[in-house]
Design a protein around this ligand. Structure first.
Ligand SMILES: [Zn+2]
Length: 230
């Protein structure tokens, strides 16, 4: 019996260590019908505010992984997104392939972005989305050092080729990949996102009719989205 308790304690200790040192977070298998929509590459004009208007109209929340360079251009938009109760995450300053830049360059990309977000909305993000979804054990170490948590996804909308896709294709693909606990990645910047916005007008109410609640990544994964910064 004692041996059993001892083994269980060791197991618990290892599990706790793993949990607290975790850098990468992906979708979960939520019991509840929760989905986290995430938007990368903004803020941008006019798409971010259009996405925001749709979320607000349906009382939905989302997570925006913003680029520091775009926050500098559009601080007022970031303020609106944040004030509406959405969560803000870091998506680097200039969108590099982080596996191809040095540790110090990566650190600069991340801290510069968090600093401008802090300057704009007075919170210091914890959540980080790597550009192109690319990372390595080396880049994970940099994230760990800075107290950032990498958020991946289980479905990213193929919306890079603006000419090829349609709002119907985007809407259908998101709805096909909807499941409790899913993290879905879309884009509100980088290029013309009119089709994404049009698709969202279908996606949000359809998911809600199916009984889903649209929540932030922080709520889905039970992570505090901001660091205490003095
Ligand atoms: Zn991106």
């Amino acid at each position: 019996m004692l041996a059993k308790i001892f083994r269980f304690s060791i197991f618990l200790l290892i599990a706790m260590c793993w949990l607290f040192s975790q850098v990468t977070y992906a979708a979960t298998s939520s019991q509840k019908k929760l989905i986290a929509l995430t938007f990368d590459d903004g803020p941008s004009i006019p798409y971010t505010e259009q996405v925001l208007a749709l979320l607000e109209a349906h009382h939905a929340k989302a997570t925006f992984f913003v680029m520091g360079g775009n926050v500098k251009l559009h601080p007022e938009i970031l303020k609106k997104v944040f004030a509406a109760g959405n969560v803000i995450g870091n998506h680097t300053y200039t969108h590099p392939l982080i596996t191809k830049i040095s540790d110090s360059a990566l650190e600069k990309e991340l801290t510069k972005t968090n600093e401008i977000i802090f300057k704009t909305i007075h919170v210091y993000p914890v959540l980080f989305r790597p550009p192109y979804g690319m990372s390595s054990s080396r880049t994970n170490e940099v994230l760990k050092k800075l107290g950032l948590k990498k958020i991946t996804w289980d479905y990213m909308v193929d919306d890079y080729d603006y000419k090829k896709t349609t709002s119907e294709i985007i809407a259908r693909s998101v709805l096909q990949h909807a499941r409790p606990g899913a993290i879905i990645t879309m884009h509100d910047g980088g290029t013309n996102r009119a089709k994404t916005v049009a698709a969202l007008a279908t996606i949000i109410p359809t998911l809600q009719q199916q009984g889903y609640e649209l929540v932030t990544v922080a709520d889905l994964l039970h992570i505090s989205p901001y660091q205490n910064k003095n």
